[in-house]
Write a protein that binds this ligand. Structure first.
Ligand code: P6P
Length: 330
């Protein structure tokens, strides 16, 4: 009999059954993140209307005072996870320090890092934005989680994912056994399996870098970009949205390379290691691609600080390997 549509819950249950040791805790965490994504998606999709509606209603449908969307998204991620009993602490792009779980809730064995609404400056011009998350097993002892739990290398991630709020809202994640994508059907409020076992093309045709930074690039980066543009047998096209999740998602599906390198004024680049580069690097490797800071695999970097930055070069194997060879040569 033809298998009906697969929603996220069904997919998670079927994945869980493949691993007898699975406890189902992941399933709960991923479902709660998807729940938060639905709420955030609803608010993001009417962001433009707030100004119009703002005159009549300064609160949203839940009676909450209208907030900046990234602050709102941060609150929704925390509320979706803090009571589950699966998490002992969280870290967010929006919060200076780690987020402790209130005493009234049980603590669990996972910690979660997230950027609740990356690229939020693009909201006003209706450009796709996203939520990025990563899940680690705690390594500290004791009742509450602590900083040490968050300063693990990306290769210790047990799950990573993102939500892209674009022409449709998609939930894309990996638990280390491939990458799968789900598209939200807002008419039924369900994420439906739409992109099973995503693999990034070995070779791409998309070059994604902010060329306005050209004057700050090192000579090697300038040379590499020129080289890529002049590869005869492959006509690359330039695509840069300025929203990491959107640029990443497009390259994941179509292939290519995204670069946010360090430069003369920002040697560490702009993107954050814990909740931007690492989850994306985990996903790209699971989809057959690569991610580097220019010297080493992103997932092998030992974090020292919660909000530390890293150069990020990520995408199809051919392009990233070409970059590394080019850097070695020069
Ligand atoms: P630039 C958005 O502000 C963001 O953090 C990422 O989503 C995006 O990839 C990057 O910054 C864009 O930075 O300097 O090119 O505008």
């Amino acid at each position: 009999m033809e298998k009906g549509v697969t929603n996220l819950s069904r997919f998670l249950l079927e994945e869980q059954r493949k691993h007898p040791e699975a406890t189902g805790e992941f399933t709960i965490l991923l479902e709660q993140i998807a729940f938060a994504a639905k709420i955030i998606s609803s608010e993001v999709n009417k962001a433009g209307l707030v100004n119009i509606l703002g005159k009549n209603e300064s609160t949203n449908v839940h009676g909450e005072e209208q907030q900046k969307l990234d602050v709102y998204a941060n609150r929704k991620m925390i509320e979706a996870l803090d009571h589950t009993g699966k998490v002992c602490a969280m870290a967010s792009e929006e919060e200076e320090d780690i987020i402790e779980i209130p005493d009234k809730y049980p603590k669990g064995k996972y910690v979660i890092v997230f950027d609740p609404l990356d690229g939020s400056s693009n909201i006003d011009v209706n450009i796709s934005i996203g939520t990025i998350f990563g899940i680690y097993k705690r390594i500290s002892e004791g009742f509450n989680g602590c900083r040490e739990d968050f300063l693990q290398e990306g290769n210790k991630l047990v799950a990573s994912g993102y939500v892209v709020y674009g022409s449709s809202t998609m939930f894309v994640y990996t638990t280390g056994v491939g990458v799968n994508g789900f598209t939200l059907d807002p008419s039924i409020g369900e994420f439906l399996l739409s992109h099973e076992n995503i693999r990034i093309p070995e070779h791409g045709k998309i070059l994604s870098i902010n060329e306005a930074n050209y004057h700050r690039w090192t000579p090697e980066i300038r040379d590499f970009v020129e080289y890529i543009k002049n590869i005869k047998e492959r006509k690359y096209t330039s695509r840069y949205i300025g929203s990491l999740v959107a640029d990443f998602h497009r390259n994941l599906l179509k292939g290519g390379i995204f670069l946010y390198p360090g430069d003369k004024s920002n040697p560490e680049g702009k993107l954050r290691l814990l909740y931007e580069a690492n989850p994306m690097a985990h996903i790209i490797e699971q989809a057959g691609g690569m991610a580097t800071d220019g010297h080493k695999n992103i997932l092998d970097i030992k974090p020292e600080k919660l909000h530390q930055k890293t150069p990020l070069i990520i995408g199809s194997r051919f392009e990233v390997e070409t970059y590394l060879k080019y850097m070695k040569k020069s």
